[in-house]
Design a protein around this ligand. Sequence first.
Ligand code: MN
Length: 368
Amino acid sequence: MDLNRRSLLTAASATAAAGIAGGIADPAKAVPKGQIRIGTEEAFSTREHMRAMKALVDADPEVTRFDYKLWRMITSDLEADTPKRLLDLEKIRLAEMDEYGVTMHLLSLTSPGVQMLDADTAVGIARSTNDELAETIKRHPHRFAGLATVAPQNPQEAVREIERAKTKLGLNGIVINSHTNNEYLDNKFYWPILEAAEAFDMPIYLHPRTPSDQMRPPFDDYNMGSAFWGYGMETSTHFVRLMMSGAFDQFPNLRIVLGHMGEAVHFWIWRLDYMSAPGVSRGESPIKLLPSEYLRRNLAITTSGQENPDALRYSIDTLGSWNVMWAIDYPYQQTPGAVQFMDNAPITQPERDAIYWQNAKRIFNIQL
Ligand code: MN
């Protein structure tokens, strides 16, 4: 390569990096320098939450379920990398966001939130966590937004907390970590939560946790109850149960958000429709629309922990670019990988803007 050609290419790539559109043939490469990036599944914890989780998992040393093992590890040394990053909100985190050009974290209390705790403890910790979260956001309104923690164990208190989170704390949605005491949100006991989420325009981020006791045995070996496989199976099954219960007919404006590229639910879109035709195999279900219609109306997905450009392209084409949001899954996934994935994904710049920040702003009512 002669020198002139090389310097020309260097100049061209510098231009591309700077986001100057002129002369760039491939829109996928033209990431503007000032690209806004909102990560929508970014975990944190508090000292109080850590203490409660430690007391819980240490009280039953014979339980070998994946979540118990994980939480014994996390709470054994709060100075280790993961707990340190979970507990930190304003130092390590903001520095890392700055380093990789991440504009904002939509924060959520790390899984399983308060859902393994007894109901009264859970209600109290949900409230104080949301207060602490709102204080942090108030200090950095352009860097953080947040999902409220609720205790589904007590639906009436959860409803009160949803109202408070929306009207007093200005939070942006709710996080629920899949099952609660092995029960799913299709159970009518929890429907006041769905009703309040719809009424207050608070999307429910249905985040994974270890499979329920009914599902768990096949996941107990090989650590399969983890994010490796069990989390996705648990959470996708939860969403399909919710859909088949008729919850989206009862609450047509309810929005569920699934991470990890939609926990693969929409990869079944054709088969869900085909199999739900009368007389095929659906059996008794009260749903009025086709599964695909709920997937496009009541679901949004994020890219957390799935840096796969083919899965991204499929998701955009299937659900619409307006239903896909970017997420890192901090601190469990690495920020540079998530940024490089979305910066280099073979999509148009308007699609990239939608996924990087515009959809999050609209769906979670985020003020930038
Ligand atoms: Mn996560």
